[in-house]
Every structure is written in C-alpha cells, then in structure tokens.
Design a binder for this molecule. Structure first.
Ligand code: HEM
Length: 279
C-alpha cells in the first residue's frame, strides 16, 4: 500500500493529484516528501513525551527476545509502571497486542478528544470506544499527574468562544488571573508548562477531582465533567471515598481501555522500531 502511494506520487512528477491527496488526507510536506503524516505528528500528540524511553525498552527487549514483544504492549506496560513509580495503582496488563501496519495523523486527530471538548463530545468520543461515563471520569483522573502546555487551555484565558478578551466563566477567576500573570502570559505562549494538578502533579491522588469541583480543572474537558449530573456525582463519590477505592477503579478502567481495538494473532506486526512500521 505504501509503495503504491509512493509510485502514484512519483508518476505525478511532484504535483499532487486529487487521487493522491485523497489517499493521504493530511499532508503538509513538500511534493518531494513522500512520507505520510504519522500519528506522532498529529496535533494532539505533538507534546507527548517519553519516546526515547520507549525506544530504550524496545531495544533491551529486542536484544533478549527479537521480534516477539510489540511496541503496543511496551507502551501499555510502561504506562502502568510509570503510574506505579508515582506511588499510584497497579493493574494487570494482558499482553499479546500487535502493532499497526499503518500510522495516520488524521486517525489520531479524529480519535483523540481535544481539551476544548464539552460533555457531549467527550461522552460520544468515549462511547465510540466502548467506554462509559464512569470510565470517562476515572480515566480523566490521570490528570492528577503530568503537565500541559498553554495552547491546550489559553483560549479559556484570552479568547473564549473566539471573542478576544473573554474568559471562560466556568474557570475560577482567581486561578485564571494567576495563570495569566504567572504562567501563560500571552496567548502565543507555546512553551510554558503548567501542572494540571498544581502542587501535587507527581502524586497519584484525588486532588485533581477536588480541583475540578472547585472550578480549577485546567481544560474545558475537565470542567465539562461537572456539567452532567451523572459525572459530577461520580466525582463527588470519588472525592468522598478512599484513595484505595480510586486506585482499584482506575485500574479496572485502564484494563478496559487497554483492550480497545487490539490487534492479535496474525493481524498487524511486531515492529522492529516503535517509531515506524516495518518496511
Ligand atoms: C477525557 C479526555 C481527555 C482530554 C481532552 C485530555 C487532554 C489532555 C491534554 C490537552 C493534555 C496536555 C497536553 C499538553 O498541553 O502538553 C493532557 C495531558 C495528559 N493526559 Fe489527558 N486528556 C484526556 C484523557 C486522558 C486519559 C484517558 C488519560 C490516561 C488514562 C490521560 C492522561 C494524561 C496525562 C498523564 C497527561 C500528562 C502528560 C505529560 O505529563 O506529559 N488523559 N491530556
């Protein structure tokens, strides 16, 4: 399939035909650059971290046991273990996934909900993968760790709904003012990092949910969880429950997410390098 794409483009002598364009919906490179836009370069993935760590694990595994362990399994296992390292929950990661033979930026863009999502788009997006509202709340709880970049939420501070100077009324005013003076000082800031759970972003605790209830969730998608009675009540239950309970339920949701559209058997491949499909 890839060589067909390449030949088709070469025959065009550097000019795009409608046929070639439609085969590759997102293509920003020059006519001579025949590489498709991969998942990795899709907008929602541009701030992902940890690629060299995954490559290191893959290298070590390949040295011991070549061609057996997929990158999909490695990513799932490393995600679990990085949560364990923060002192967070442990969950089972059934293995046997195989890697995709394709990687398309357009698919990543279509399947990863943006931080500007409202409740109904989050619900639809999760439901399309078999995840319910409880999964949505629990999995959003992963925002108890990690960081964000200003562009993920600066429209809430500077031009909410496209109106310059307007602030998202669902964001705590004091928190918004603080973000504007100390973190994202302009709407063009795309380098400053901001903890999603300030002060405890290295700890897998319940404080993300507490912040969301105080209108201090960083993304519109976090705030959206309080706009439905069902999800708000789930958050309240978590906040008033124990950490142990959250850990157990989070683990169950992660196992469920880890089973979505998994390739097994002879479908897909075991990639040699996680960054590229095998040639
Ligand atoms: C509900 C829909 C979700 C939306 C809209 C969303 C959105 C985002 C955004 C915008 C960022 C920050 C990107 C940046 O500016 O650098 C982020 C970070 C993060 N998200 Fe989500 N997310 C969602 C669900 C999830 C789920 C299901 C998980 C895992 C179970 C998760 C785990 C994380 C983690 C760990 C980070 C921090 C990454 C880092 O430290 O580099 N998120 N998310």
């Amino acid at each position: 399939m890839c060589s067909f794409r390449k030949d088709a483009l070469v025959q065009q002598k550097g000019t795009y035909s409608v046929a070639v364009k439609s085969l590759r919906p997102i293509y920003a490179g020059p006519a001579t650059d025949l590489r498709p836009q991969t998942e990795k370069v899709a907008v929602p993935n541009q701030t992902l971290r940890g690629f060299s760590f995954i490559d290191g694990v893959k290298k070590a595994v390949e040295a011991e046991c070549p061609g057996v362990v997929s990158c999909a399994d490695i990513v799932a296992l490393v995600a679990r273990d990085s949560v364990v390292v923060t002192g967070g929950p442990y969950w089972n990661v059934p293995t046997g996934r195989r890697d995709g033979r394709e990687s398309n930026a357009s698919e990543a863009l279509a399947n990863i909900p943006p931080p500007t999502s409202n409740f109904s788009s989050l619900q639809t997006s999760f439901a399309s993968k078999g995840l319910d509202l409880k999964d949505l709340v629990l999995l959003s709880g992963a925002h108890t760790i990690g960081i964000s970049h200003c562009p993920s939420f600066s429209s809430r501070l500077y031009n909410f709904t496209g109106i310059w100077g307007k602030q998202d009324p669902s964001l705590d005013r004091e928190y918004a003012a603080n973000l504007k003076t100390k973190k994202c000082k302009s709407i063009n800031d795309n380098t400053t990092i901001v903890e999603m759970d300030p002060g405890s972003s290295g700890k897998f605790d319940l404080s993300y949910f507490q912040l969301v209830l105080k209108r201090k969730g960083l993304f519109q998608s976090d705030a959206a969880l309080t706009t439905s009675a069902t999800t708000k009540s789930l958050i309240n239950q978590l906040v008033h429950g124990s950490l142990k309970q959250f850990y157990a339920e989070f683990g169950v949701a992660m196992e469920k997410m880890g089973k979505i559209e998994v390739k097994t058997g002879s479908v897909g491949e075991i990639r040699k390098h996680c960054a590229a499909v095998n040639s």
